[in-house]
Design a protein around this ligand. Structure first.
Ligand code: URA
Length: 209
């Protein structure tokens, strides 16, 4: 059953929810959504993917991390953030006394762009409704946008990452914190301290919910 928070979020996004006795249990909604993503052919990325990468984690997580798109490892294994950037994300979670199973992790795009190029606006537009539904179903206390593409896609802006950090935004009524992408942090470790400050900001939102 969808709880009140999930229903509010779906209503804010004008996503119809089942009413009355015919309403399916939440497990069915998840199964249906996962099946839709698996079969998705809305953009050309389905032609080059090995498989879709739906998302992973606790379906009632307080933390919801949003990445950009699957890379080669994720395309091969069908799970987000399983490569080098994923190892760093795991370490960031450990620093927060969390493990992957405590949080929900998904990407803006469910399919790998060829050669890891940036997502195209039309691909984001086609794919974003899947992420919107995942967020509404989980009903997290905080969203953490990992990197520019995730932040710009969720906030529908072209503002640079630097101007989006250090603020509390909202997406569908959920507080949203913007931080660096773990792949960027692998290249620029000096910014890890700033990413940590972002995560502490997000933690404060979870703790004071
Ligand atoms: N980068 C992302 O943004 N997402 C992944 O799943 C892996 C790498």
């Amino acid at each position: 059953m969808l709880d009140a928070r999930a229903r509010r979020a779906l209503a804010m996004m004008e996503i119809p929810v089942w009413q009355g006795r015919a309403r399916p249990p939440a497990a069915d909604v998840w199964t249906e959504l996962a099946a839709q993503v698996k079969e998705c052919r809305l953009c050309a990325l389905h032609e080059t993917r090995s498989q879709t990468v739906f998302g992973t984690g606790a379906k009632d997580a307080r933390w919801f991390f949003v990445g950009e798109a699957p890379g080669a490892d994720e395309d091969r294994l069908g799970e987000p953030f399983v490569g080098r950037a994923g190892q760093l994300l795991n370490a960031m979670l450990r620093a927060l006394s969390l493990v992957r199973e405590d949080v929900y992790i998904a990407n803006v795009l469910k399919c790998r762009p060829p050669r890891n190029r940036d997502p195209e606006p039309a691909e984001v537009q086609q794919c974003l409704p899947y992420l919107q539904k995942q967020i509404a179903l989980v009903g997290p206390a905080v969203l953490v946008a990992l990197g520019r593409i995730a932040a710009q896609s969720l906030l529908a802006t072209s503002a640079p990452l630097g101007s989006l950090r250090e603020k509390v935004h909202h997406y569908a009524g959920v507080p949203l914190i913007v931080t660096y992408h773990p792949a960027y942090l692998l290249r620029s470790p000096a910014d890890k301290q700033h990413a940590w400050a972002d995560l502490k900001r997000a933690q404060a939102l979870v703790n004071h919910e």
